[in-house]
Design a protein around this ligand. Structure first.
Ligand code: HSE
Length: 411
C-alpha cells in the first residue's frame, strides 16, 4: 500500500517512524506492506542530509504522480490542507488526518465528499491525541444517548497550569517548554486562548449529540487571564485550575463552552496533569465513562493515526453517518447548580464584603482577601450561572469593581 505523507513536523515524522517500526507486524497481521512513497514538505532544503531525501518533495504535483493509495495529512490548519484533502477524496482515495481545525470547520463537507466518492476521511488523532475517543463514541457507544461531555483536552494548557501549580514555573517558561516538547500548535495562541480545545469539543459534541455544532458559536475563554495569584489562591483552598471543555445536552438544546475552572482535589481531573487529557462521557445506558492518556505529542498522536491506517487496511469504513446537518439551539450559561469562585478587584473592600454577605447569606460565602492586594476571592453558590452574573452585575452598578467568575467543578 502506497502512502503519501503530507507534512513532516512533530506528528508527520512520528507517523513515519511508527510505520517503519510496525511495518513487519502490519504485514504479518493484515497482509499488506505499507510503503511511504512521498512526503510533502514546505522547505525541501531542510531535509537535504536526510537518508530518505529522495522521498521528500515540495511539489504537490509529485505527490499526485506518486499514485498513493492512502493519504496521511499532518500539516494542520485550513489551507492548503483543505485543497490537498479534497483533491484526493474526490479521486476516491482515503485520507487520514490529525487536523482538528479543518474537521471542526469543514468536517461535514469533507465527510460528504468522501461518501460521495465511496471513500473515507478518518480523524481519530484530531481529538485527544493518543486517546481512542471518537471511535468508541461512534461505534461502541452507539446504543446510548450521550447527555454530557466534559474534557481536559488541550495538552499545552494543562502542561502550563500543572507546571505553574506544581513547580512554581512561570507562565512564559512553561509555554516555552510545551513548545519545545511538541505539544503546542505552531501558533500557540489557539492553545492558550482555548480555540484548540473548543474545536475538539465541537467535534466530540457533534458526534455525541448527533448535531452539527459550530465551534465558533460556543463561548471560549483561555488561560491567559489566569494570574500567579490565582494559583496561590487555588493552593490555599485545596483547589486546582484546569481548562475545562464541557457540553451538555439539555432536552435537545446544547450548552457548550471552554473555560478555566477550579476543581476540587477529589475531582477525577485532579490527577490529569501535564500533557495528559481526559474525557468523561455520560450515556443514558452506560452511565459515566472516563478516557485518559497523552493528549498531545509526537508518538501518542502518531499512534492514533496508525490505528486509522490499520482500519483502512482492513477495509473498515468508519463514520458512516458523518457529522450532522442539524444546527442545534445553544444555551449560553452553565446550566447546573454550582459553587463558583469570583475574583474581585476592588478598592472599597469593606462595602463589597458586606454587600456580598447580604446577597449570598443563604448558601454561605467564603471570602479570602489576598495580602497587600486589592484582590478578593469569594466562593459562592448559585442555582445557575445567569443568576450569578445578574447578581454580580448589580453589585458592579453600585461598587466600582472588576470581577471574573469560575465554576468550581467537583466531578
Ligand atoms: N496543541 C494541541 C494540544 C496538540 O496541546 O493539545 C494536540 O491536539
Amino acid at each position: 500500500l502506497k502512502v503519501a505523507l503530507l507534512g513532516y513536523g512533530t506528528i508527520g515524522s512520528g507517523v513515519f517512524e511508527l510505520i517503519e517500526k510496525n511495518n513487519k507486524i502490519i504485514n504479518e497481521n493484515y497482509g499488506h506492506n505499507v510503503e511511504i512513497v512521498k512526503i510533502l514538505v514546505n522547505r525541501l532544503k531542510k531535509y537535504k542530509n536526510d537518508a530518505n531525501f529522495n522521498l521528500f518533495t515540495d511539489q504537490f504535483e509529485e505527490i499526485k504522480s506518486s499514485k498513493p493509495d492512502i493519504i496521511i495529512e499532518t500539516i494542520g490548519g485550513i489551507l492548503p490542507a483543505y485543497d490537498y484533502i479534497t483533491y484526493f477524496l474526490s479521486k476516491g482515495i482515503p485520507v487520514i488526518t490529525a487536523n482538528k481545525d479543518l474537521i471542526a470547520e469543514r468536517g461535514s463537507e469533507l465527510i460528504i465528499l468522501a461518501k460521495d466518492n465511496n471513500t473515507i476521511i478518518s480523524y481519530e488523532a484530531s481529538v485527544g491525541g493518543g486517546i481512542p475517543i471518537l471511535k468508541p463514541l461512534q461505534e461502541c457507544l452507539a446504543g446510548n444517548e450521550i447527555t454530557s461531555i466534559s474534557a481536559v483536552i488541550n495538552g499545552t494548557t494543562n502542561y502550563i497550569l500543572t507546571q505553574m501549580y506544581e513547580n512554581n514555573e512561570t507562565y512564559d517558561k512553561a509555554l516555552e517548554n510545551a513548545q519545545a516538547m511538541g505539544f503546542a500548535e505552531s501558533d500557540p495562541t489557539s492553545d492558550v486562548e482555548g480555540f484548540d480545545a473548543i474545536r475538539k469539543l465541537a467535534i466530540l459534541s457533534s458526534i455525541g449529540y448527533k448535531k452539527n455544532i459550530k465551534w465558533s458559536d460556543l463561548p471560549t475563554q483561555g488561560i491567559s487571564n489566569i494570574t500567579d495569584l490565582d494559583i496561590v489562591y487555588a493552593k490555599t483552598e485545596n483547589l486546582k485550575i484546569k481548562l475545562m471543555a464541557y457540553s451538555q445536552n439539555i432536552d435537545g438544546t446544547v450548552y457548550g463552552a471552554v473555560r478555566p475552572v477550579f476543581i476540587t482535589l477529589n475531582s477525577k481531573y485532579a490527577q490529569i496533569n501535564n500533557e495528559y487529557n481526559a474525557v468523561i462521557l455520560e450515556g443514558d445506558s452506560v452511565g459515566e465513562l472516563m478516557f485518559t492518556g497523552k493528549g498531545a505529542g509526537k508518538y501518542p498522536t502518531a499512534s492514533a493515526i496508525l490505528g486509522d491506517l490499520i482500519d483502512i487496511i482492513q477495509n473498515k469504513k468508519r463514520y458512516p453517518e458523518g457529522l450532522y446537518e442539524e444546527v442545534s439551539n445553544l444555551q449560553h450559561y452553565y446550566p447546573n447548580p454550582s459553587h463558583y469562585v469570583v475574583r474581585f478587584k476592588v478598592d472599597e473592600i469593606d462595602s463589597l464584603t458586606s454587600k456580598l454577605f447580604n446577597i449570598f447569606y443563604e448558601h454561605g460565602i467564603k471570602i479570602s482577601r489576598m495580602q497587600d492586594q486589592s484582590v478578593v476571592y469569594v466562593q459562592v453558590f448559585s442555582e445557575n450561572e445567569k443568576k450569578l452574573i445578574d447578581t454580580l452585575e448589580s453589585i458592579r452598578e453600585e461598587i466600582t469593581c472588576d470581577y471574573s467568575h469560575y465554576i468550581i467543578y467537583e466531578k
